[in-house]
Design a protein around this ligand. Structure first.
Ligand SMILES: [Mg+2]
Length: 109
């Protein structure tokens, strides 16, 4: 968590000043993360690919990242480790020789 310590502490400070930790169980953090992801998708709904508001994109990405960080913190996880572990799993599923330049899902490679 070292690489993200400063920003996570900012998020926790914001949460604790409002006494919101009591609401932040893993289930509700996951639901909030999904809601924010939907808000991100809404920015693109019924529009062409690159026709979105960058300021709104920043806001929704920040919301998503904050809930993701809170979920990480709640479960005492190491962000770098879980990402490295998942990259390894993805590398096994998508070997370079089969997946390079290819968007096919792993089970159809
Ligand atoms: Mg939002």
């Amino acid at each position: 968590m070292e690489g993200f310590k400063t920003i996570i502490n900012k998020i926790l400070e914001f949460r604790d000043e409002r006494d919101w930790e009591q609401f932040h169980n893993s289930k509700d953090l996951a639901l909030a993360l999904s809601v924010e992801t939907s808000e991100l998708l809404e920015l693109f709904l019924w529009k062409d690919n690159e026709d979105f508001n960058l300021d709104k994109l920043k806001d929704e990405l920040a919301d998503i990242l904050m809930y993701a960080f809170l979920l990480v913190e709640k479960n005492d996880l190491d962000i770098n480790q879980i990402i490295l572990d998942k990259i390894k799993k993805n590398a096994d599923k998508y070997p370079v020789d089969k997946a390079k330049g290819n968007s096919t899902k792993y089970n159809e490679l």
